[in-house]
Design a protein around this ligand. Structure first.
Ligand SMILES: [Zn+2]
Ligand SMILES: [Zn+2]
Length: 280
């Protein structure tokens, strides 16, 4: 199948040089509404406006947007107050909403790989100015899922950010040793249990990781359980500072109260087949 082999090659890394090829495979149409757009920018102007960009005031530890600023001092959100994060900040391009959900679904399960540079650009723009040396490491997929999907979406995003910010990329800095079931519907402890031993630093790169500052990259940050497991493994290997970079950040509110949000995030996280079935 021609498309498949094209995507297979593209899946390794989406380069600027490939943009014309991407245009051939996916004529420039808005990824959300399908309207024709002038160039491969991903979205039309109206749909750009539907993305929710995290604003201020925000938690000084995790950048969660807060309804009101503190009366004095620097703001810290309730989850960070209860349990101080191991990371040094979360740079989210967007807050998870219907538009970002659709984009990630198209990118991750719908094979619209041409969206990688668009999403990566938004993510790179949200990263703060970083002092010292930083390395990008994508959240890994288990090899079975990688084989099924043909690409790791986090690698594509991380390589886009690497190019835009001039940062080194350690494509296989982390490995996923076991395939984990859906984390949707599980409590915090159950999620951590499922992930125990699932993620580890790649021994071939432990020298590079020791003492390094890391930007951990993923498409969606849901409960934070997966990124926490990655951070734990990186810290154990001696990593210094760790920032999390994601395209869409799910706020706890959405996880807690929406019946319809749970299967949606589940679909995002887990199943190419479910996506195909949903599309009919
Ligand atoms: Zn549109
Ligand atoms: Zn916080």
């Amino acid at each position: 199948m021609e498309t498949r082999s094209f995507l297979g090659r593209l899946g390794h890394e989406v380069g600027e040089a490939l943009t014309p090829a991407v245009d051939l495979a996916f004529p420039p149409r808005c990824a959300l509404c399908g309207d024709a757009i002038a160039a491969q920018t991903g979205l039309c102007i109206d749909c750009w406006a539907t993305l929710a960009v995290p604003g201020e005031p925000s938690c000084r530890l995790c950048q969660r947007p807060l309804a009101t600023g503190p009366l004095d001092g620097e703001p810290v959100c309730a989850p960070c107050l209860a349990d101080a994060p191991r990371h040094n900040g979360i740079a989210a391009a967007t807050l998870y909403n219907e538009s970002s959900r659709q984009l990630v679904l198209s990118f991750k399960h719908g094979r619209r790989l041409g969206l990688a540079p668009v999403l990566a650009r938004l993510m790179a723009a949200r990263l703060p100015t970083l002092e010292g040396n930083w390395i990008l490491i994508p959240v890994p997929l288990h090899r079975l899922r990688l084989w099924k999907r043909g690409y790791n979406q986090a690698v594509l995003l991380a390589s886009g950010i690497a190019r835009l910010r001039g940062l080194p990329l350690l494509r296989e800095g982390l490995i996923r040793r076991k395939s984990t079931p859906s984390l949707g519907g599980l409590g915090k402890r159950a999620r951590a249990k499922v992930l125990t031993g699932a993620l580890a630093v790649n021994k071939h790169h432990s020298e590079t990781i020791r003492g390094a500052n890391i930007i951990l990259v993923d498409d969606v940050l849901t409960s934070g359980a997966t990124s926490d497991a990655c951070i734990k493994a990186l810290k154990k290997a001696g990593a210094n500072k760790i920032m999390v970079s994601c395209f869409a950040r799910v706020m706890d509110e959405a996880l807690d109260n929406a019946h319809h949000a749970a299967p949606n995030t589940d679909l995002l996280l887990n199943s190419d087949t479910a996506y195909e079935n949903a599309r009919g």
